[in-house]
Write a protein that binds this ligand. Structure first.
Ligand code: ADP
Ligand code: ZN
Length: 836
């Protein structure tokens, strides 16, 4: 049994099953745990008598198992790999919205404290209050007891002075079940008359139950034949009971007939090749389950620039899977920012698509879970959590924009990556996996080059994309219809937007101190004057202040780990957030002896106000995670841009994703360097992919797009490769750095953050953990393991708690870490997406 309590990862507990009911693996139940009642998931049944005392399961939450075998296995794998409690891993796959807390109520008891045992004043007052009120919630009572209230409560309960009762809540969104009476044995031709000891009434009820459709709603039976009659027949074993869920609303309408969407396009040869490989893998794995061909034969990396026709390939692959009678999961990085893709999926598989999104009410989410499980949908679309939808007969998992970090859960355990988990789910289900991206993650590309994934390339944009997006004089469909099937070759494919790199050092040398270069200012003016829209982009995630020389672009970096140093005020110091190296701040540049040193730190508000100053009267909007936090406002900002109301949108990386606004003719990256020098080994890769995406945002319409990238460091490989959209250049440089420093994919990383309200204790405890890990690595001969830190977290303080961090590099880290007991306040992140 996996229980809902803060227990070690992968830990399970043994419970007895009372004679009054049966349970199955995957079933959700209530169990006693310590002094509490908590939920548990049955993981395994055993008939062996344990040689230790066990307690019994109290009752089931649901009459039938909620998790199938593959999902149970996936949960167990997640728990082991990400070192998270098993229940937390399994609950990813449970229906959303079950009330999982037990409410405990306390009552005055009969018992008395033994003579000589006294209570603190606070406690006896609390007891009087309880006496006068008759009952209280346990948490209120503990508050009255004051300091050490929990311990006092236990003593009072032991002495019988307080009685407590746990009430198991009904599910907050109750599934609607109906009990039916069914025949307990197959109905044969023989009449039931001859049965002994049956009253006429019982006989009549039995007749009704045995008549087609052979199930009678229990309430109806009780009404017409009395509850006594029903009970007697049931006890005699002449009828059985079955629980069936009544669906919330009307069943979704499923158009009968062939699946299939528009399908009018003729695929390019590259698309055709990619699709053929995927469908061959689908055919080879159909019906095979875990016995399907090895995972490396049925996982694909579809690498193609924006507009190269990847989505078309996904849709046809999904179509193929559905024709096989299988189902598909389609993961997208962010629902709000991928409206076009979602519309296409929905249009193609109309009526058979379940879309998971955050705006759904708990009730809707809950009903949708059951409808998916009931088989109402062939395709489930959603963010990373959609991977855990209760889909049976899974044939295909598509992960669009696989490089996006939103696929990594970074807040609550298990801190899983949807891509890694998808491989595991595919392993047990026999599903095919397709990862797609214009800028694949360095890890995926490396695995593909080593044959662990199959690489499929779509190197060119499909012809006619831009005409389609303008909604102009002819659409793609028309173009197709009137042309030969090789029409894509006769039209010249639209090129990606032109990228201009603005050297901010030169701007400064030539007397321009403004945050916008002269080229960007002129470009903006032109763009606005011709009635077009612009997006200004600022990379702010992990926005530590770095220190940079404005003359030569040099950034202060740590000599030991090449990470950029972070500026700390007070006595001005520079600190490495990886290894804790620290030095005095710079007053003179070590490279060029220049003295114009400054901290980089620039916010979206500042950019908004600069635009308003330069172009009075122009409507400027802001989209960043602060602005987007209030639900729906991201969508609203996008809608205002799409409607033309907003002329200039200023935003963080959120705006780089998936926006296809034909009228956006200019994109400016205000300062590429901010993202570049975030102290994270993936910063180069991220800046590259952002620049590529940003370039893809401009010029989707008639007007050729212009992209401006401002930087103090134009020679940097990520900026250079990004402005040319040259994936190979970035990859070659990046993989060399990764190998040299032992970063993924050459090693695994684990990030350990320890928090404590006490500053000294936080640092000391983290150091003690580091020592212990180093000692064990040495004792076990694990020379591959390297422990860096402790170093201050980023931010070093969060909600009043001091944070310190450790970074582990090595192989099979979950294995190594699983035998260590970490103190409360420790967070373990295996394969972290961010190491700041
Ligand atoms: P990606 O997902 O790589 O950005 P899409 O699949 O969205 O690319 O394709 C971009 C545009 O090109 C879409 O409007 C799509 O309908 C169109 N398209 C895709 N494949 C073809 C094709 N073979 N012929 C003509 N148009 C195509
Ligand atoms: Zn360092």
């Amino acid at each position: 049994m996996a229980v809902d309590a803060p227990v070690g990862h992968a830990r399970t507990f043994t419970y007895g099953i009372p004679a009054s009911f049966t349970v199955h693996p995957g079933q959700l139940v209530w169990v006693p745990f310590g002094a509490q009642v908590v939920q548990g998931v049955v993981v395994e049944l055993s008939s062996a008598e344990p040689d230790f005392p066990t307690r019994d399961i109290l009752q089931t939450v649901e009459p039938a198992p909620l998790l199938n075998r593959e999902h149970l296995q996936l949960g167990q794998w997640l728990s082991r790999y990400y070192l998270s409690p098993l229940f937390a891993a399994l609950s990813l796959m449970l229906p959303p919205g079950f009330e999982s807390r037990v409410r405990t109520t306390v009552f005055p008891g009969e018992g008395k404290l033994p003579d000589g045992e006294t209570l603190r004043e606070e406690a006896s007052e609390a007891l009087q209050t309880l006496d006068s009120r008759g009952r209280m919630t346990q948490s209120d009572f503990v508050k009255l007891l004051g300091r050490r209230g929990a311990r006092d409560l236990n003593r009072l309960v032991e002495r019988g002075a307080v009685r407590r009762e746990a009430s198991i809540p009904r599910p907050s969104v109750a599934p609607k079940y109906q009990a039916y009476l069914i025949p307990s044995q197959p109905v044969g031709p023989e009449p039931v008359e001859g049965l002994p000891n049956l009253t006429a009434r019982q006989q009549a009820l039995l007749e009704v139950v045995r008549q087609p459709p052979q199930h009678l709603p229990l309430p109806e039976a009780n009404r017409e034949f009395s509850a006594r009659t029903v009970e007697t027949l049931w006890q005699k074993g002449l009828v059985a009971m079955k629980w069936l869920r009544i669906s919330g609303g009307p069943p979704p309408i499923r158009p009968v007939g062939e699946p299939g969407g528009p399908g009018r396009l003729t695929l390019t040869p590259e698309q055709g090749h990619a699709l053929a490989e995927i469908t061959a893998a689908l055919d080879a794995s159909a019906g095979a389950g875990p016995a399907a061909p090895p995972l490396s034969d049925r996982t694909f990396l579809l690498h193609g620039v924006t507009g190269s026709g990847k989505t078309e390939v996904y849709l046809r692959a999904i179509d193929h899977a559905i024709r096989q009678g299988r189902r598909a999961l389609f993961l997208v990085p962010e629902i709000a920012l991928t409206p076009q893709t979602l519309e296409r999926v929905d249009a193609w598989f109309s009526g058979r698509v379940a879309l998971l999104h955050s705006k759904q009410t708990p009730r809707q989410k809950f009903d949708q879970w059951w409808d998916i499980r009931g088989g109402s949908f062939d395709v489930v679309v959603g963010p990373r959590s959609a991977l855990f939808a209760p889909v049976d007969n899974l044939g295909l998992i598509v992960i669009d924009e696989e490089h996006e970090w939103t696929y990594k859960q970074e807040e609550t355990a298990p801190l899983y990556h949807a891509r890694t988990a998808a491989f595991e789910l595919a392993r047990t289900t026999g599903a095919v996996v397709v990862l797609g991206s214009a800028t694949p993650s360095v890890e995926s590309y490396y695995h593909a080059s080593r044959g662990r994934l199959r690489k499929l390339e779509l190197p060119h944009r499909v012809a006619g994309v831009s005409t389609q997006l303008t909604g102009g004089d002819r659409s793609i469909g028309e173009a197709r219809d009137g042309e030969a099937s090789d029409g894509y070759e006769t039209e010249s494919p639209p090129s990606l937007a032109k990228v201009e790199v603005c050297d901010m050092r030169r701007e400064l040398r030539e007397g321009n101190r403004h945050i916008f270069s002269r080229a960007l200012t002129a470009g903006l003016r032109e763009c606005l004057a011709s009635g077009n829209q612009a997006i200004l982009f600022l990379n702010r995630r992990g926005s530590s202040s770095i220190v940079q020389c404005r003359d030569c672009g040099h950034v202060a970096a740590c000599r030991r780990c090449t990470m950029s140093l972070t500026y700390h005020s007070g006595p001005a110091r520079l600190l490495c957030h990886q290894c804790n190296y620290s030095r005095r701040s710079l007053t003179e540049c070590p490279e060029c002896r220049g003295r114009r040193i400054r901290q980089l730190g620039l916010g979206t508000e500042r950019v908004v106000s600069e635009v308003s100053d330069l172009f009075p009267g122009v409507s400027v909007d802001r989209l960043d995670s602060d602005a987007a936090r209030s639900a729906g406002s991201a969508e609203e900002a996008v809608a205002r841009l799409a409607s033309g109301e907003t002329q200039v949108l200023v935003g963080t990386q959120m705006v780089a994703k998936g926006l296809d606004i034909p009228n956006v003719a200019l994109v400016g990256v205000v300062l590429a360097d901010i993202g570049l020098h975030v102290p994270d080994f993936r910063s180069g890769e991220r800046v590259f992919s952002l620049l590529c995406q940003v370039a893809g945002r401009a010029g989707r319409g008639n007007t050729p797009g212009r992209v401006f990238v401002q930087t103090y460091d134009p020679e940097n490989y990520a900026v250079h490769a990004g402005s040319n959209q040259d994936y190979d250049e970035m990859y070659r440089k990046e993989i060399e750095i990764r190998q040299r420093f032992g970063y993924p994919p050459f090693n695994q990383l684990a990030h350990i953050v320890y928090q404590n309200a006490d500053a000294d204790a936080a640092q000391r405890q983290t150091a003690a953990i580091a020592d212990e890990l180093k000692r064990r690595a040495a004792a076990e001969g694990r020379s591959d393991i390297d422990v860096t830190g402790p170093a201050p977290g980023l931010p070093p303080r969060l909600r009043g708690r001091h944070r310190w961090r450790l970074l582990l590099r090595g192989r099979n880290l979950a294995d190594f870490l699983s035998s260590t007991d970490f103190p409360v306040g420790c967070t373990l992140d295996i394969d972290p997406a961010h190491v700041t």
